[in-house]
Design a protein around this ligand. Structure first.
Ligand SMILES: [Zn+2]
Length: 688
């Protein structure tokens, strides 16, 4: 997340169901036994009734009712900043992945093959004795290049070198489909170069933000002291502040139209003089006559700083970006210091995860994560699961189509376009049809930093090398073992890795009420992303063109405003409120997803009465099963960090915020007008 692809990822990121923010789980937390429901078809499992707090009133706090007992009996392990279903499932996966990596390490097979790449990467990471012995030597050539700068003009060469190994300094260059002419790739420039999570951290005046800045200051000093002599951290921080001044906050980054600024390279030079862009692109091996600039004011600011800041200041800043980027790859001492700020201060996590678990997560999130997935799916994914989920996608798409037809707020003209888009969704289930080629990538067993640089180079060269080539529609942006899912607007595709097609999200043995409430809601969520505040700006082919009539767009905006208002009112900690604008896309997807999944569940009954299990009707079990998907405990610091950066609302509000807009839920639990779990009639947001 910290590296080069942050910008590219942030474009993609609005599609993900959850942010896999490197929070792997820890400890063996006991999941309570599932209740078994005997039916005529054999043993079918229902939801986890023991997770419920039946003393809570579902009309007042449905989340507490659905999972209160689980919350009380699952404290956050020391090594985690939060603890949820995702962590429990990740934990199971991690044990499997660990065995696969140990096997690959012992039996690497042919050089360049999947097992050699992942086995040796894991080995180089795990050998902390050797990492400590090497000390700072692996980054010395990079630091030397910075020291050798003789004028600000050398920024071109040095930034090109740093960007080529994934160091986030100054700004970012990447290649992605041209959002408006999406049958070809285009080069993009975006803001970057900050050490704190986003620009607001540099300016917010509340106590918590002030404390974080004080700690960041101490952290920079600690790190500089460990790496270079005569540190002047103030210079580095001052450049960050100046970059932050013209950086866009997360909410504004959702305005994709405003960030589509195509210009020639000479126009870029006029807008951001002070930096030789032509020479820079040349150094990166990129031959372009135009570029799409995300944040114009930011580039202008960068150009100004490139000449106005002294050479000594720039050297200082560049060294900081290198130290900060590589700290986790170097010695135990640096890794710990890095953890102390980024995990303990920012997220409240007390203790580092064990080495093996960090290694598993690192390989999974690395560019060879897919190679690990290739081994993972061999024994951990069945064609039956894929078939069943495929059927669910069919059913849910059908229901979505019927609902579009029946929308009372949308004109026929726009409906035709919406249905065309829905029928054009591509789907990817389980794992890629075509595995990624790692030809040319070299991974060695005994130099972890070198491996990280090789991986970054491989990934970045692959990315920049796309210019002028045909669009690769086969690739996946998520490794198959990851417990997550995503929507990619540029290909108009929904993607469900093997990792999420497991309990508690999905099981071939779950009753339909549970599968639809969980996996079904995930499927509905990803489909709805195609019709949220951002996805709705892309058409059936994945191009960013408006397919809405002005009047329908106005009605859509009025409806989504209700959600913005609703979520902005949620106070998650004293004085800390959800950002209704930042979370809008996810909240639309949550509400649309559950609504559509509910109706698909009803359809799956084919007119049969649903049975009562443990005193709960099928409809009630559907909603309770959904509530349990988001059961999670989270540290205060992590919660604040999440509210500031994450487009997803915290778990509790992903449940209560959604059901309180659903008449289907009011009926299931007899929720009356005036009850807390029921939005007032004129504030109910019914969109999809
Ligand atoms: Zn999402």
């Amino acid at each position: 997340m910290k590296a080069f692809f942050r910008i590219s990822v942030s474009i993609m990121a609005f599609s993900t169901l959850v942010v896999s923010c490197g929070e792997t789980p820890e400890n063996e937390v006991k999941t309570t036994d599932e209740e078994h429901v005997a039916t005529s078809g054999g043993e079918v499992e229902s939801l986890d009734f023991t997770a419920m707090d039946t003393t809570a009133d579902p009309k007042v706090d449905f989340y507490q009712f659905a999972c209160g007992a689980w919350l009380a009996s699952n404290p956050i392990p020391e090594e985690e900043s939060r603890w949820s279903n995702f962590n429990v499932l990740d934990d199971n996966n991690n044990d499997i992945l660990k065995n696969l990596l140990e096997d690959a390490q012992a039996n690497p097979g042919p050089t360049g093959g999947a097992k050699q790449l992942i086995g040796d990467l894991y080995k180089s990471f795990s050998d902390t004795v050797h990492r400590n012995e090497m000390g700072l030597a692996p980054i010395q050539p990079v630091l030397n290049q910075i020291d050798a700068m003789t004028s600000n003009a050398d920024l071109v060469d040095v930034l090109a070198s740093l960007h080529a190994i994934g160091v986030d300094a100054g700004f970012g260059l990447y290649v992605e489909q041209d959002a408006k002419l999406n049958d070809r790739y285009a080069a993009y420039l975006g803001q970057g170069g900050l050490g704190l999570p986003n620009r607001d951290y540099y300016f917010n005046k509340d106590d918590r933000s002030v404390m974080i800045r004080q700690e960041y200051d101490k952290h920079m000093k600690t790190m500089f002291d460990l790496v270079v002599s005569n540190p002047e951290k103030e210079a580095a921080y001052n450049i960050e502040i100046d970059l932050a001044k013209e950086s866009w906050p997360p909410t504004e980054l959702r305005d994709i139209e405003a960030q589509y600024n195509k210009m020639t390279i000479s126009e870029l030079g006029e807008m951001a003089p002070g930096f030789d862009w032509t020479a820079y692109f040349d150094k990166r091996g990129v031959s372009i006559d135009s570029i799409i600039v995300g944040q114009k004011n930011f580039m202008t600011q960068f150009g100004k700083l490139a000449t106005s800041k002294s050479l000594a200041d720039w050297k200082n800043y560049l060294k900081w970006t290198v130290i900060n980027h590589t700290a986790g790859y170097l010695t135990t001492e640096l890794e710990r210091a890095n953890f102390a700020f980024y995990s303990t201060v920012l997220r409240g996590t007390e203790k580092m995860k064990p080495l093996w678990k960090r290694g598993v997560m690192m390989v999974t999130m690395s560019p060879v994560g897919e190679a690990l997935g290739e081994v993972f799916v061999q024994d951990n994914f069945t064609p039956e699961a894929k078939t069943k989920v495929d059927e669910m996608v069919d059913n849910i798409t059908l229901v979505f189509d019927e609902r579009i037809e029946q929308l009372d707020w949308m004109s026929e003209e726009t409906k035709v376009k919406a249905k065309e888009k829905l029928s054009s969704f591509a789907r990817k289930l389980g794992f890629p049809d075509v595995w990624k080629s790692y030809e040319g990538l070299s991974i060695v067993p005994d130099n972890y930093v070198q491996n990280q640089f090789s991986l970054a180079r491989f990934n970045i060269e692959d990315n920049l090398g796309r210019l002028g080539k045909e669009i690769n529609k086969d690739e996946w942006h998520m490794a198959p073992q990851i417990v997550n899912a995503y929507y990619n607007p540029l290909l108009n595709e929904i993607v469900f890795p093997a990792g999420i097609m497991q309990k508690p999200f999905f099981s071939e043995n779950f009753e339909d009420a549970v599968n639809y409430a969980r996996m079904g809601a995930v499927i509905g969520h990803e489909l709805t992303h195609g019709f949220d505040d951002m996805g709705s700006q892309f058409d059936a082919t994945g191009a960013m063109v408006n397919w809405w009539t002005a009047e329908d767009k106005e009605k859509f905006d009025a409806k989504t405003q209700l959600l913005i208002d609703q979520y902005s009112d949620y106070e998650v900690l004293e004085g800390v409120f959800i950002n209704g604008q930042l979370t809008l896309g996810e909240n639309i997807a949550d509400l649309g997803g559950l609504t559509i999944a509910y109706h698909a569940y009803k359809k799956s009954l084919e007119g049969k009465e649903d049975v009562v299990v443990n005193g709960f009707t099928g409809d009630q079990r559907f909603f309770i099963a959904f509530g349990q998907v988001w059961q999670n405990n989270i540290r205060d610091n992590a919660l604040v960090q999440r509210v500031n950066n994450d487009p997803h609302s915290p778990g509790k509000y992903r449940v209560n915020g959604v059901v309180s807009n659903m008449p289907e839920f009011f009926e299931a639990f007899d929720v009356q007008e005036g009850d807390p779990m029921r939005q007032p009639e004129d504030k109910i947001a019914r969109i999809w």
